[in-house]
Design a protein. Structure first.
Length: 254
């Protein structure tokens, strides 16, 4: 990455192109670059949070700054709050939009689960791969706490016409989700998620297919018997389902 590109990313003028660039973003510099775009009373807590979290990993930085943003939005007068939230949600910088995804999860924490999920889907549909990842990470802690209800709600949306939404509905509760806490219940009793997963065993979109396959591969680490039985009962019958089967069983003995 050139010095010029690094500067433009840290100034919020360009989105990142890959994980390496996401990891390299200077959160403090980015907050500073927003000083002429966002209210001064917001910049101050964001800057303090960015400095405090500087030694931490990326996921903890994004989550903490996003929550700080959410807390400010919660206290700000309605017109200003909505304006700032929209600014962040559509910002050129994918990192700023990622903060907004965590802010949204914070703001919707007192809403019912259906409303909270629907609000988060704007970030699940984002054009940037990183924002889509932060979208599910932001909501996952709540879904993990309300697992039974969450599985039912996700099942209602997992057939959405948009493959990005379908992917979100599977990825968000992966038993061994990447960069986040595992879900012990789903590692030990993955069968509780069958109503969510079985309708997606022939998922047509490859991006969403990968989430289905990875979910099942996660489960195979602790419940290989269940994964084997699932495919015995629902054998692959098309190109899509065969691809999912191959990827889902990659950790099983051959």
């Amino acid at each position: 990455m050139t010095d010029e590109r690094t500067t433009r990313i840290n100034n919020g003028q360009l989105p990142t192109r890959n994980l390496a660039e996401c990891l390299a973003v200077d959160q403090s510099a980015l907050v500073g670059a927003l000083a002429d775009q966002l209210p001064a009373e917001l910049i101050e807590p964001l800057a303090a949070c960015a400095e405090q979290t500087r030694p931490l990993g990326l996921s903890k930085k994004i989550a903490a700054i996003g929550q700080t943003l959410g807390q400010w939005l919660e206290q700000a007068p309605s017109p200003a709050s909505q304006h700032v939230f929209e600014q962040c949600s559509v910002h050129t910088s994918d990192t700023v939009r990622s903060w907004a995804s965590f802010a949204q999860a914070h703001l919707s924490r007192t809403q019912d689960l259906v409303a909270a999920l629907r609000a988060q889907l704007r970030f699940a549909r984002d054009a940037h791969f990183g924002v889509r990842e932060w979208a599910w990470m932001a909501l996952r802690p709540r879904l993990r706490r309300e697992l039974e209800h969450a599985l039912a709600v996700l099942g209602q949306h997992a057939g959405d016409p948009d493959p990005l939404v379908r992917r979100f509905c599977i990825e968000v509760l992966r038993p061994r989700g990447v960069w986040c806490e595992h879900i012990a219940t789903l590692k030990q009793t993955p069968e509780v998620a069958e109503p969510l997963l079985i309708p997606r065993l022939a998922e047509a979109d490859k991006y969403a297919q990968d989430s289905v396959a990875n979910w099942l591969n996660d489960a195979s680490k602790t419940r290989p018997d269940w994964v084997t039985r699932l495919f015995d009962e629902h054998p692959p019958s098309c190109k899509a389902s065969r691809r999912i089967h191959t990827r889902a069983t990659r950790s099983l003995p051959r």
